[in-house]
Design a protein around this ligand. Sequence first.
Ligand SMILES: Cc1ncc(COP(=O)(O)O)c(C=O)c1O
Length: 369
Amino acid sequence: MKVPFVDFRPQYHEIKDEIDVGLKDVFENGSFILGPAEKDFEAQFASYCEAKYGVGVNSGTDALHLALRALGVGPGDEVILPTFTFIATALAVSYAGATPVFIDIESDIYNIDPTKLESLITKKTKAIIPVHLYGQPANMDEILQIAKKHNIKVVEDCAQAHGALYKGKKIGSLGDIGCFSFYPTKGLGGFGDGGFIATNNEDLYQKVLMLRDYGRQGRYEHLIKGYNSRLDTVQAVVLAAKLKRFDKWNVMRVDCFKNYKEQLKEIGDVVVPITRDDRTHTYQTFAVRVKNRDDVCTKMQEKGIGVLIHYPIPIHLQKAYEELGHKKGDFVVSEEICSEILSLPMFPHMQQDQVDYVCANLKEIIRGR
Ligand SMILES: Cc1ncc(COP(=O)(O)O)c(C=O)c1O
């Protein structure tokens, strides 16, 4: 048996008829860039995020970059973000010309440890980027309270947690601006790259609209040096069809998680993720912790199981950021998690026998060593 890390086909089969009609419409009308279907999707996803405004852009990385630009973050500024995240979170800060300042995470939910936040704030700190990693919201109350006290903006990195709730509210509209990725493997993923910015602030909304479209007002009047970063109408058709089924698919992911949890509890030495009581977890990524992770990873792959590591190296130890002068031991929690974390297959339509196969092999590998 082979179990892929993610299988997109069942989702495609569910939406095929609907997107065939929607895509035909786009192709017949030639409304490829910012067509009506894109505008409709912006309204639908903003509403889904409980935000007043939404803007489609061409990736999650661009969403973060444009959000920072809209907030006026630039050279000389500092932005605080977890070192344990995908590198795009830091790259967006660099693209804006600002300096990333790393913070360690909590060892149980893998998100920013708010107790470490205030000591990192300087006169240059302009923004904080909490990342809702794997599908579970960060400690937003504490982060927002500290940000307010120091007059710092909060940019939520929601790339991995579409639809997650924090104290009953959707992530993405808790801070000043929320940034999403629609990369295919994300909870809500397109058939290519895509991203989204949600906000309740009209001024930020207007700025982002301009930034994503060459900084223009009207057709050939350019007020600022913007970018070409729009969500393709073709992707919007796919995403709108998926959005209609998205809550159902998230429930299927949670069921899949429960199934995993039940089977994995018998094996000592496998740390299954916990979810705090005041929030939900969408399990976009199902990451467990195991000792001798690299060995377990190789053996699982040999058994035909698609496992991945999110992430093996924290950003402060990446060559791309060597100019910041960090060394091993600077963020011990993140470094330890990087050495133990292992993502197992997870997708809404995962079958019982697939979960059984992954668990049986993980048990055998861990017990047999
Ligand atoms: C936490 C996080 N932030 C940002 C991004 C960037 O998104 P994209 O790949 O759409 O540019 C990703 C996705 O890869 C991510 O996982």
